[in-house]
Design a protein around this ligand. Structure first.
Ligand SMILES: *Cc1c(COP(=O)(O)O)cnc(C)c1O
Length: 441
């Protein structure tokens, strides 16, 4: 195979090819990317001189670390600058960068005091990182149904609460949000922590507040396929100083960062190393300045594509609790039945136009149906008895309500690079394919 442009998808594809069979729809959604083809949220599509300039500032001094070296770094503090920009752009009191979005979730949970045996209620449609982080702190992921928002169903959350529940973790999937008012009400009633996994919804908002800043803490990922990228990186956002100070220390071996000399810092608690580098933060700094532009393009392209689907009465759309807050990185839509949806996926594949349309229902990364490693509790080192018990119980757990939604759902990734011509072409071909499979049924 020849890849014109090697992207993370190529790596993902290699991984998928090396893993299990029975994923034909998933294979076809990826394929090695040709130039200008994308999947996922596309900050990397508009990478340019601005990013190079910021990275070069760091390369000029050679101080690639975010802490210390005050003299030689000549006033260049990219991580600090990006953290400040994040608090301003998203409207939160505190932001602490991490080496990844997964690390941000682990850090947030540690800072929030979530640990051994605590139950964290989370959706069965997300990215694997969400449960990885829960397991990493010794807690137990309690997977529950989603609704037609494609995020946590508040009724399912309520039904899953036990005396061991500590936290509710909505995941704002595919650019849009969970019903945060309902989830907040449940959390206050039962005195639970609300932690937002907003890794996929940078730039989205709910009733005027940025996603990720509404719960006790929230996280973004800046990995290579997110709305804005650092190559690798993440952030913990919070309005609570205590959570911020703990996150700051946790990501750097428990350093209190109070001394002038880092080597003389005290360690009030045991930490880890989830530091971001200055090079990564520099990329993010250039990207965050472009966010408004990314969002404007996303919203325009999303709306333009949507008109082609709106013309088909059988197509319905994801429920968005606050329409004005949709980041529009994806357009998620439904056909009337799973059978029709599978037929459409096959049709799009046949026509060679499936790239960029995600049928998550049979996708190894995002939906419970394919998480065999989780359901079989396959860990490299022994999991705790309580974790193991809950994971193995997933083999017997059915998610019929979620299956009924995900089996009919396709998410179309919105590219920043589409021309009006391309949108028209995509819209017309997609609509024609939908009409064809509906006509056959
Ligand atoms: C990308 C993502 C993460 C993890 O981010 P990384 O930076 O890749 O570790 C977590 N949760 C969700 C929902 C994501 O999409």
């Amino acid at each position: 195979m020849n890849a014109v442009f090697v992207s993370p998808s190529a790596i993902i594809l290699t991984f998928v090819l090396a893993s299990k069979a029975d994923s034909k729809y998933y294979f076809s959604t990826f394929g090695l990317l040709k130039k200008n083809q994308i999947n996922h949220m596309p900050g990397f599509e508009l990478f340019g001189a601005e990013e190079r300039k910021e990275v070069n500032d760091v390369l000029e001094t050679g101080i690639l670390m975010r802490y210390g070296f005050d003299g030689p770094r000549k006033g260049i503090w990219k991580a600090l600058e990006l953290e400040k920009a994040i608090t301003e752009v998203f409207g939160c009191n505190y932001a602490h960068l991490t080496s990844s979005g997964t690390a941000a979730l682990t850090t947030a949970m540690s800072a929030l005091g979530i640990g051994a045996g605590d139950e964290v209620i989370m959706p069965c449609f997300t990215f694997v990182a969400s449960f990885e982080a829960v397991l990493s702190v010794g807690a137990v992921p309690i997977l529950v149904d989603i609704d037609d928002t494609l995020t946590l169903d508040p009724a399912a959350v309520k039904a899953a609460i036990t005396p061991r529940t500590k936290c509710v973790m909505p995941v704002h999937m595919c650019g849009s949000m969970a019903d945060l008012d309902a989830l907040k009400a449940i959390c206050s009633e039962h005195q639970l922590i609300l932690l937002e996994d907003a890794c996929q919804s940078i730039g989205g908002s709910y009733k005027g507040k940025s996603l990720g800043t509404i719960g006790d803490a929230g996280t973004f990922s800046f990995d290579f396929v997110k709305t804005i990228t650092c190559a690798e990186g993440g952030v913990v956002m919070t309005n609570n100083k205590d959570i911020f100070v703990k996150s700051d220390g946790y990501t750097d071996h428990g350093h209190d960062h109070l001394g002038v000399d880092r080597g003389a810092d005290l360690h009030p608690f045991i930490g880890y190393n989830f530091r971001i580098s200055e090079l990564h933060a520099a990329v993010g700094l250039a990207q965050i300045r472009k966010l408004d532009n990314f969002l404007a393009i996303q919203r325009r392209n999303n709306k333009a594509l949507r008109t082609y689907l709106e013309a088909i009465p059988e197509v319905s759309f994801r429920k968005v609790p606050d329409e004005s807050g949709d980041s529009c990185s994806f357009l998620s839509w439904f056909l009337p039945t799973e059978e029709l949806t599978k037929a459409l996926v096959a049709e799009l594949k046949e026509q060679g136009i499936l790239a960029g349309h995600f049928y998550w229902f049979v996708n190894n990364w995002h939906y419970i149906s394919k998480w065999d490693h989780l359901k079989n509790a396959v860990t490299l080192n022994p999991a705790s008895a309580i974790q193991k018990e809950h994971l193995l119980a997933l083999q017997q757990t059915q998610f019929p309500a979620s299956d009924a939604i995900m089996g009919r759902c396709i998410s179309t990734a919105i590219s920043l690079l589409w021309t009006d011509e391309q949108i028209k072409d995509k819209g017309e071909k997609l609509a024609a394919a939908i009409r064809k499979v509906i006509g056959k049924s």
